[in-house]
Write a protein that binds this ligand. Structure first.
Ligand code: UDX
Length: 428
């Protein structure tokens, strides 16, 4: 199939490359010339395990261009995967979607299916349809559809190739079935629905997962007060199939480019319809509070926080990515610097991004260098290498052996036995 993907951000690029791997000819379009020039040479602008190799393997079926006109000219299906960043009020900014829809409309040259893959508020399918209609002056027949993406950063290729389901919303069943053909090789459940329901499935799913995280964090905070261990509680809850054990890791809270933005967007959607979304408010409040709880744990461990030497392990919003959008690390570092702390930080891949925000932090080469002279070591991202590090060596390097484990990666008993003071989340 001839496919065009507009937008080579996380979703667009991974989708484009994976669809090429499924045997389609894919043209990826982006207005960023430097990015497109790089991609033509095989340079992948994001850190995503396996993406570079997959791109290389499928280079015959992949084209990159900055022209939407060229990109869509031969395409039967056009995916829109541009950003929908939040505005100040939390709504999704639709500037890029509208501009792309306009350009598609102006350059239509025959029947096409336009599929929205960006996460958008309910009703954007209709908006895209009317913009294309206006700009193509009704010359060509077309369908608009919604096919939300559920992939996670760090395991994006696996997620694309092994989805739990594919959701396709369209007015005409034939259009949905044509899109479904792309995903047939994945042997998964395909849900065909109306466009609005498809759009809401994405927000509702992400928000539900964010809610699970805030819920377990709230339970963790209760655990600390009643003397229970959240890891044990989460395990006991998660084995109930109706609850499920995934996304019940208590910690410093959720970050990234999706959860915070999508919960906010759903909140705005509800408020625009005069509905106050009480659960969603709580999801965000607990998440914000969780970052303060980490700071308090550092304070508690040190007595006073002013001017202390602190080691930070992990800057990315989660492991296996260099993404720091809405990362807990950024808020925590800011708060510590405000108190005059001196910080040595280590992350396997994300340091260069945080460096652009905080030049005062010392970015070091490994865990042991971050621990050097530290009075407290704070784990903010659960990279595997932190789980495996030599704790005896860490203890030797530190001025005072204390770990605030904001991702609960260590066994409190073992770590205390080694002589560390330890504070996890919901485990005291
Ligand atoms: C998420 C959704 O999982 C994905 O389906 C959607 O397409 C995009 O948004 P992503 O943002 O890449 O994916 O990361 P995810 O693995 O879901 O983690 C999000 C955040 O939640 C991270 O900050 C992570 O540390 C946190 N998290 C996750 C927890 O705190 N506890 C958990 O149990 C799981």
């Amino acid at each position: 199939m001839q496919i065009c993907v507009i937008g080579t951000g996380y979703v667009g690029l991974v989708t484009g490359v994976c669809m090429a791997d499924l045997g389609n000819n894919v043209t990826c379009v982006d207005i960023d010339k430097a990015k497109i020039d790089g991609l033509k040479k095989g340079v992948v602008p994001i850190y995503e395990p396996g993406l570079k190799d997959l791109l290389k393997r499928n280079k015959k079926r992949l084209k990159f261009t900055t022209s939407i006109k060229d990109g869509i000219s031969k395409a039967a299906i056009v995916f829109i995967a541009v950003g929908t960043p939040p505005t100040k009020t939390g709504e999704a900014d639709l500037t890029y979607i509208k501009s792309v829809a306009k350009t598609i409309g102006k350059n239509m040259n025959g029947y096409k299916i336009i599929v929205d893959k960006s996460t958008v508020p309910v009703g954007v399918g209709d908006l895209v349809e009317s913009i294309i209609e206006d700009n193509s002056k009704g010359k060509y027949d077309f369908d608009v559809a919604s096919c939300p993406e559920f992939l996670r950063e760090g395991s994006a290729i696996y997620d694309f190739m092994n989805p739990d389901r594919v959701v396709i919303g369209a007015k005409r069943k034939e259009a949905a079935q044509k899109i479904a053909e792309i995903f047939k090789p994945l042997n998964t459940k395909i849900i065909i629905s109306d466009i609005r329901s498809a759009e809401l499935i994405k927000h509702a799913s992400n928000t539900f997962l964010a809610m699970k995280i805030s819920f377990i964090n709230e339970i963790a905070n209760i655990c600390e007060r009643v003397g229970a261990d959240v890891e044990v509680v989460a395990n006991g809850m998660g084995l109930d199939k109706r609850i499920g054990k995934l996304f019940l890791n208590a910690g410093a809270g959720f970050g990234g480019s999706c959860f915070p933005k999508d919960v906010e967007a759903l909140r705005s959607m509800a408020r625009n319809e005069d509905y106050e979304p009480l659960i969603l408010n709580a999801v965000m409040d607990v998440n914000k509070q969780q970052r303060k709880i980490v700071i308090n744990k550092i304070k508690q461990m040190l007595g006073t926080i002013e001017g202390r030497q602190i080691g930070i392990l992990g800057l990315a919003f989660k492991p296996n990515t260099d993404d720091i959008r809405e990362a807990v690390s950024v808020d925590i570092i800011r708060a510590l610097l405000d108190k005059g702390c001196r910080i040595k930080a280590f992350d396997p891949v994300a340091a260069k991004r945080v460096k652009k925000i905080f030049s005062q932090v010392q970015y070091v080469k490994d865990e042991y260098a971050a621990a050097e002279n530290a009075e407290c070591l704070v784990v903010l991202t659960e990279w595997n290498e932190f789980k495996e590090m030599d704790l005896k060596k860490i203890k030797k390097a530190m001025k005072k052996p204390g770990i605030v484990d904001a991702r609960n990666i260590y066994d409190p008993k073992k770590i205390k036995k080694l002589g560390f003071e330890y504070a996890g989340i919901g485990r005291n």
